[in-house]
Ligand binder design. Structure first.
Ligand SMILES: NC(=O)c1ccc[n+]([C@@H]2O[C@H](COP(=O)([O-])OP(=O)(O)OC[C@H]3O[C@@H](n4cnc5c(N)ncnc54)[C@H](O)[C@@H]3O)[C@@H](O)[C@H]2O)c1
Length: 360
């Protein structure tokens, strides 16, 4: 569902990128996983771009199985002449609809709770899906973003973690279907670049959050938002000491689209995130104060799911030197500000629903 916050964030990304994304005008763009959190936001950025460049829209194909992301995520764009909304699977689709200038490949199952329940579909999307996108990009695309994950580093011994760290990953544990297939997806990207010069850039997102995430997907910020909306308490299924570096979605999209436009980034992998490392407990305390006055209560519980914390990394913080050196990018949104925007967007969504169902 679209909100004023998402719309404003998408417009802000277009303003920040300015002339850099001019090559999107009159081009053909494929977004996979387009009903998901990041894919959906990229489509909203393309919508903002098209509203700003009347007469020269990017023609966008938005593809999703709608297994995780709901079709309703893009309902506000239905009927737009520049948008083709398709139900399809990146791993098995026989035809993606011709040639594309730009491919933004987000299709995957990113939520730990959902990928643990669907390990083979997760592997298929990350490996065969990426392979198919690389074949498609090889037919003359100007640029492709392939979304990997900071999970390729496993539980790293080097933090902040640079791109050349090879990882400390279990290849048989409950998270392996995701971590290892992301790693093989990256091997495919590096191989296609080496063999065929396919202009692919690999993005390793570090805990991106913001409006548009499914609140039941088991990731920490959606969990905090869901419980904050219900008035608390905010429940952590751990001791809260593990750290993460949270990046607000508009900062993330700005960095990714900058890379998409840069031929110098072809064949390379980039950490994309925010360098500020905070403990999960600190993130919860920040949400507690953003959500209410007096702050909501934070409680530590044990997860009912036995595998919940198996192979869960203790620290997660990107070394962003490579990204900064090439693009000059630094994340601008503080955790407090990002959480406030996120919560405001979900409150807006709730109010829209209540108006629609007449419960307000
Ligand atoms: N959000 C983050 O912090 C984060 C962190 C690390 C990596 N990533 C990666 O970024 C990408 C996007 O993440 P997200 O947070 O938007 O995830 P998401 O789960 O919200 O969205 C992914 C979308 O892909 C769709 N999908 C799944 N399998 C598919 C298939 N075979 N064919 C077509 N569509 C399929 C799902 O239905 C969903 O709508 C993923 O590759 C994810 O692994 C995200």
């Amino acid at each position: 569902m679209i909100t004023d916050v998402i719309r404003a964030d998408a417009e802000e990304v277009v303003i920040r990128l300015g002339r850099l994304i001019e090559p999107l005008a009159d081009s053909r763009v494929l977004v996979t996983g387009a009903a998901g959190f990041l894919g959906g936001f990229f489509v909203d950025v393309l919508d903002a771009f098209n509203r700003a460049r009347i007469g020269h829209p990017a023609q966008v194909t938005a593809l999703d199985t709608f297994m995780v992301g709901p079709a309703a995520r893009l309902a506000h764009l239905r009927g737009k002449p520049w948008l083709s909304l398709r139900s399809g699977n990146v791993a098995t689709e026989p035809d993606f609809g011709g040639h594309f200038d730009w491919i933004i490949h987000c299709a995957s199952i990113g939520s730990p709770a959902i990928y643990r329940a669907n390990p083979l579909a997760t592997i298929a999307a990350n490996v065969q899906g990426t392979w198919n996108m690389l074949d498609l990009a090889g037919k003359g695309a100007k640029g492709m973003l392939s979304f990997s994950s900071s999970e390729v580093y496993g539980d790293p011994s080097v933090v902040p973690t640079p791109e050349d760290y090879h990882g400390n990953v279990s290849f048989t544990g409950p998270r392996a279907c995701y971590d290892e297939s992301k790693r093989l997806g990256e091997t495919l990207c590096a191989t296609y670049f080496r063999l065929n010069r396919v202009p692919v850039k690999v993005i390793r997102p570090f805990n991106v959050y913001g409006p548009g995430q499914r609140l039941d997907d088991g990731r920490i910020i959606p969990d905090l938002v869901r419980t904050a909306l219900a008035g608390g308490p905010l429940v952590l299924y751990s001791d809260g000491r593990a750290t993460r570096s949270f990046c607000y979605v508009s900062d993330f999209a700005e960095a990714c689209l900058t890379l998409l436009m840069m031929p110098e980034a072809d064949g390379e992998a980039f950490n994309v995130g925010n360098a500020e490392e905070v403990s999960i407990a600190e993130a919860a305390r920040t949400m507690a104060t953003v959500a209410a006055e007096p702050p909501l209560v934070v409680e530590l519980h044990q997860s009912p799911e036995a595998a919940f914390l198996v192979d869960n990394p203790q620290r997660r913080c990107p070394d962003l030197t490579k990204l900064h050196r090439l693009t000059g990018f630094t994340a601008r949104t503080s955790l407090r500000e990002g959480l406030a925007r996120t919560l405001a967007s979900y409150r807006e969504e709730l109010a829209q629903r209540q108006v629609r169902t007449g419960t307000m």
